[in-house]
Ligand binder design. Sequence first.
Ligand SMILES: Cc1cc2nc3c(=O)[nH]c(=O)nc-3n(C[C@H](O)[C@H](O)[C@H](O)COP(=O)(O)OP(=O)(O)OC[C@H]3O[C@@H](n4cnc5c(N)ncnc54)[C@H](O)[C@@H]3O)c2cc1C
Length: 374
Amino acid sequence: MGARIVVLGAGFGGLELATILSERLGDDANVTLIDEGEAFVFGYSKLDVMFGRVTPAEIRLPYGAFAKPGVRLLRETITAIDPESRRVTTDAGVHEADVLVVALGADYDFEATPGLADANEFYSVDGAERLRDLLPTFTGGRAIVGVCGAPFKCPPAPSEAALLLHDYLSERGIRDDCEISLVMPFSTPVPPSPGTSAALLDAFAEREIEFVPGRRVSSLDPDRKVAVLDDRTELPYDLFLGVPRHRAPQVVLASGLVEDGYVPVESRTLRTRFPGVYAVGDVATVGVPKAGVFSEGAARIVAESLVAQDGRQPPGYEGKGSCYVEFGAGRIGRVDVDFLSGPEPTGTFQEPSRELVVEKQEFGASRRARWFDR
Ligand SMILES: Cc1cc2nc3c(=O)[nH]c(=O)nc-3n(C[C@H](O)[C@H](O)[C@H](O)COP(=O)(O)OP(=O)(O)OC[C@H]3O[C@@H](n4cnc5c(N)ncnc54)[C@H](O)[C@@H]3O)c2cc1C
């Protein structure tokens, strides 16, 4: 048996890491993968749930279907992490690790935005489901897609939500009775890619979606139906679609691994300052956005370095990835970003097309097949 590898969190990062180690080491992998959830869900599926394209049951990929040689997937809640001794406590017992990989993602901090708990968000499956039921009752007035803080997962997602909301209201024949505003803490929709930002700003202008840059929603007054921005501007709303503030999961915050909100790592190797402890994905500060493709890419580097023979380490993590961007009207664009290999992040934009709709479907299908044999 090789080193005991304990992977915390079976999201994009944890699933990919465990899959590679199983492929490379087979029954000798000795991986324990721990997650408290019942199923994996692609982040972008929440938009599909909100607009009624799919049901929550259809998007869940149950962990019971993840069966890989050399990997035990345990359904347990992690209650403590000691990075010094690499000991993990869960509601079911204690796990000792030779190598510990923290891939616990980012949680939502609803309390950080007063009033948000009484408004609506679309970043969780439950929130998206509530909005799916609420949207048909909206008959006119101002809708705000509002981001409550940065960093947040998948920077293009609020722009996608605004564009898809436009389609939804148009299909119902009430778009002329509605205004849509998008509040975003960045100066452009996708800062590392001027091409993507320009295309999104054009799409907003064509559809009369108001873009409010450089601002975040700091509180909501659901009685007065007003969103208060961080410069104290008040925006009245009839419908609020929120992106909650994010933070590292509580168990990570309490572990001593965190600085400035997330787990700092050496970007090239994903190592933390504790020997034998790595962090990948949304839980870490790597210098890349919080998105599944980056969690996956980081997981690959950790896996390669764990299986490396004769001290031959893989090349460093380059922070490259492609994100699909829904433009509405059945078209999807793509942004190919590179965060770490050059002096500045760069992003190349692929125009929205129907071909990219098929490519995004293939992206999901390939992960379903790879991780869940479906
Ligand atoms: C609306 C929306 C659209 C998105 N669109 C895209 C997209 O198009 N492309 C893209 O790449 N990304 C997209 N994302 C982002 C993507 O979903 C996340 O960035 C990605 O899931 C992060 O992967 P991860 O492995 O770091 O963490 P996660 O996938 O969040 O996994 C973390 C896991 O840890 C588990 N966990 C947490 N705490 C505990 C605990 N105490 N005990 C046990 N288990 C625990 C959780 O149950 C979870 O399964 C989108 C996100 C949203 C919300």
